[in-house]
Design a protein around this ligand. Structure first.
Ligand code: SF4
Ligand code: SF4
Length: 165
């Protein structure tokens, strides 16, 4: 049942302590940025370094990581929802990657549980495709330069399936 793996996933993330929220700098599409700021999240939590992204505090934690969890869980950035799936674009293909279990224990759950994998993969592709479609081209180009080590490619989808503005 869905609830079973969702509870397991929550427990895994609790035990992990939010490793993916340290030094993360997830990018923000214009629509997600508007949504987040409309909920009272101040500008100090979002920075622009060629692309809009979440800021980190002096210890390297995302400023939205509060008391061991994401303070904007329901509206968090697209790549935070998609994780531990990540992406790249090469030769007109949207490439989907899955992190290694060693850096994200949740990836191990997905590798071992086909039903959970399918549900979360679909959600990840939905969020990633929205980010790719909504990000200004110049910002997307910078985001694509970010290395995502310790991942395996799990899918390739023709980019033309997602029309950009
Ligand atoms: S998604 Fe992965 S890295 Fe992030 S808190 Fe959960 S288990 Fe840890
Ligand atoms: S927005 Fe939330 S899930 Fe994403 S890095 Fe920050 S605290 Fe973590």
């Amino acid at each position: 049942m869905d609830e079973d793996w969702l509870l397991t996933a929550e427990a895994i993330c609790c035990d992990c302590g939010g490793r993916c929220c340290h030094g993360a700098h997830p990018p923000l599409s214009p629509s997600r940025r508007t949504l987040i700021t409309s909920r009272g999240v101040g500008n100090g939590n979002i920075e622009f370094t060629g692309y809009h992204r979440m800021a980190v505090d002096e210890r390297g934690w995302c400023t939205m990581f509060r008391e061991g969890r994401c303070a904007i869980h329901c509206i968090k950035p697209e790549t935070c929802i998609a994780g531990p799936f990540t992406f790249d674009i090469r030769d007109g293909m949207l490439e989907i990657y899955l992190k290694h279990e060693g850096i994200c224990p949740l990836a191990g759950l997905f590798r071992r549980t086909p039903g959970a994998y399918r549900v979360h993969y679909d959600r990840a592709v939905h969020e990633i495709s929205r980010l790719v479609r909504d990000l200004p081209a110049a910002e997307l180009a910078i985001v694509l330069r970010i290395d995502e080590p310790e991942t395996d490619k799990v899918a390739e989808i023709p980019l033309e399936a997602f029309s950009r503005n």
